[in-house]
Design a protein around this ligand. Structure first.
Ligand code: EZ4
Ligand code: CO
Length: 402
């Protein structure tokens, strides 16, 4: 069997998504997510110009060899654009292998290690009341874990906190919108809010908070320490993680568990974090970390060091990525949590899928392969619209992180 065709599909059903579809000489096809939020067309061009010509004629069964070929053969290793393109190919080939075997992909990964994939939802509120009622909404649906993001009095807007009644979408304008950031106000507000939330919901609801890379290590250490009474399941992205050693400083000062990795692309981005036991959860996921093949390599390394998975799963990762992530989550021994933001109805319609949510768990599809597809006719009705993530400036105008 040979790969006879591969096509890149760019669509915007509520937000932008890039998809790779690979077709074999036997007429079996597979899909892979290739979406890189705010940089979609860079990946589309990488696939179209540099990857697809080299795929035609290859044996689709050779997943590992194709991964190595695309990673090493490019000469220019790693990086989000390259690794998202590699991930798309890898995911599509696992989909094809599952369809040919007549098995859901998780069976090819060793079968189930658990009954369901525990997910966390995104609660936010611009007032304390709105936040508590948003969390109650998740609890009522059976969620066991909730990420809590709050407005900061004195700041007009905060990343991750939407307006009441609106669906939250981080990439909102063609050119990055700018907002104002003040660390002192933030560090003052967050512990008070988490105290209220813990008091209201009791000890068993898992609470998480995402800092979105906005602190320095010593500021993050202080925040982690001040949140200890409220027993967070994790504090996410406390600092930008180019300097993996930065986490050592945070770790020395707090027992609040740490999670990081949604922007990582390879095992090399988290090697010190994992082997130094500087984190508790690694947030890499299929689409941005080289596909199922490489993600499993990261999670296997993590398992040796008591680090559990906590894969990224915001709405800019397409239903194809979520479907693939669930096959990994259900199979690996060291699964921790899976992020879950339901997609918009238009998105779900473009990507018909068999995974489903029930009582706080997501369940992967039981159909052969990934159990997800793209409706290309419907996708064509939603043309690409440029969108960017926002940036922050400090009150004096200095550019800050996010
Ligand atoms: O900012 O997916 O934990 N989740 C997040 C997300 C990310 C977006 C970036 O594309 O931080 O909301
Ligand atoms: Co995050």
């Amino acid at each position: 069997m040979r790969i006879v065709e591969a096509r890149v599909i760019v669509t915007c059903p509520g937000r932008n998504f890039v998809t790779l579809k690979i077709v074999t000489s036997d007429g079996v096809s597979g899909v892979g997510d290739a979406t890189l939020n705010g940089r979609e067309l860079a990946v589309a061009a990488y696939l179209q110009e540099h990857v697809i010509p080299a795929l035609i004629g290859r044996d689709p069964a050779r997943i590992e060899d194709t991964w190595q070929y695309l990673y090493k053969g490019a000469y220019w290793r790693r990086g989000p654009v390259t690794m998202t393109a590699v991930a798309a190919v890898d995911t599509a080939l696992w989909d094809i292998k599952g369809k040919i075997a007549g098995l859901p992909v998780y069976q090819l990964l060793g079968g189930r290690s658990r009954d369901g994939v525990t997910v966390y939802g995104h609660a936010f509120g611009d007032t304390a009341e709105a936040l508590l009622s948003d969390i109650s909404r998740f609890v009522a649906q059976g969620y066991r874990a909730v990420r809590v993001q709050t407005a900061v009095p004195g700041l007009p807007s905060v990343y991750g906190v939407g307006k009441a009644g609106e669906t939250y979408e981080p990439a909102s304008a063609a050119v990055p919108p700018e907002s104002v950031w003040d660390t002192a106000l933030y560090l003052d507000a967050v512990p008070r809010v988490l105290a209220d939330v813990r008091a209201e919901f009791g000890p068993t609801l898992k609470l998480l908070h995402d800092v979105h890379h906005r602190l320095t290590p010593i500021e993050a250490a202080r925040l982690g320490h001040s949140l200890e009474p409220y027993a967070l399941t994790w504090l996410e992205d406390p600092v930008p993680a180019e300097l993996q050693d930065g986490f050592r400083l945070i770790r020395q000062h707090t027992t609040t568990p740490l999670a990081v990795g949604e922007v990582f692309n390879t095992v090399w981005d988290c090697q010190q974090l994992i082997t130094g036991q500087l984190i508790d959860y690694i947030r890499t996921t299929v689409v941005h970390a080289g596909g199922i093949t490489h993600l499993r390599r990261i999670f296997d390394l993590a398992a040796l060091y008591h680090v559990r998975s906590g894969s990224h799963g915001a709405t800019d990762l397409s239903p194809i990525c979520l479907a693939a992530a669930l096959h990994v989550d259900i199979a690996i021994p060291n699964f921790g949590l899976q992020e879950y933001m339901p997609h918009a109805p238009e998105t779900d319609a473009v990507f018909p899928h068999g995974y489903h949510f029930e009582g706080g768990y997501l369940h992967p599809s039981e159909t052969p392969g990934l159990g997800v597809d793209i409706d290309e006719e419907l996708a064509a009705r939603y043309p690409y619209r440029p969108a960017s993530l926002p940036v922050n400036r400090l009150t004096d105008g200095t550019l800050h992180s996010w």
